[in-house]
Write a protein that binds this ligand. Structure first.
Ligand SMILES: Nc1nc2c(c(=O)[nH]1)N[C@H]1C(S)=C(S)[C@@H](COP(=O)(O)O)O[C@H]1N2
Ligand SMILES: [Mo]
Length: 223
């Protein structure tokens, strides 16, 4: 197996992780979902049938959380974000001003953004299944963004809205801006802003145990 990206350490399990403010959130499972596409475009509401018109894809990828843990070899299934953009969004764009940013929101209120160019990479998925099973509440039901080249915090779970913005200034980060790097590429250790990437290793690593425990405490009734 290739070496892990800089500053990452392999974990033996794939924990539920994230912003502890949303730890109590329980995702709806097996209810029909809608994905709202909005921003500097005519809003579109996409249902299961609209996504089902896109080619289903599978990929195996490692997952790298900014807090320095990685879990290797997850098999995701779903749709390429690029296919959604090209087939369902781009044909409806009215303005000739280019979209530069895609902002993703989860049903729990979590948000993160990617530069549109980064989101159009072939390995950026809107996934609905993990390791052959429908996504669990723990790992992002009903849909989640999967962007393996970017830290976990860009991989929004419980995805319900995608906003396409012409200017990055339309997007306000939920995280303190020092914590949300515009690109957050794992290979370049773009963990956050202002401080060099490696500094965040030492700030985040001591928090992993507490975050995993907090998430687990809320997961006893969750699949
Ligand atoms: N909706 C939502 N998505 C989220 C988060 C969150 O708190 N809420 N946390 C992010 C972070 S920091 C990480 S590391 C991953 C964790 O994904 P996992 O719970 O499947 O391990 O989800 C990301 N996406
Ligand atoms: Mo993370």
């Amino acid at each position: 197996m290739p070496a892990l990206p800089p500053g990452q350490r392999a974990r033996a399990d794939f924990p539920r992780f994230g912003a502890t403010a949303f730890a109590a959130f329980q995702a709806p499972i097996s209810t029909p979902f809608t994905l709202l596409v909005a921003g500097d475009i005519e809003p579109i509401s996409l249902g299961q049938d609209d996504l089902a018109g896109l080619e289903r894809r599978h990929q195996v990828a490692d997952f790298s959380c900014v807090a320095t843990w990685s879990y290797r070899g997850l098999t995701w299934s779903g749709f390429r974000f690029r296919d959604l953009w090209e087939q369902l969004v781009q044909p409806r764009l009215a303005s000739s001003r280019p979209i530069t940013l895609a902002a993703f929101s989860g049903l729990d209120g979590y948000k993160a953004s990617l530069l549109l160019g980064d989101a159009l990479a072939a390995d950026v998925f809107i996934a609905d299944a993990l390791n052959g099973e429908p996504l669990s509440s723990k790992h992002g039901a009903p849909l989640r963004l999967v962007a393996p080249a970017h830290y976990g915090y860009k991989n929004v779970k419980h995805l319900c809205t995608i906003e396409f913005w012409q200017a990055a200034t339309s997007y306000r980060s939920l995280l303190p801006s020092v914590m949300e790097h515009p690109r957050a590429r794992v290979a370049y250790e773009e963990r956050g802003r202002i401080l060099p990437g490696w500094v965040f290793r030492y700030l985040y690593r001591p928090l992993i145990g507490h975050i995993v425990r907090t998430m687990n405490e809320h997961s006893s009734t969750r699949s």
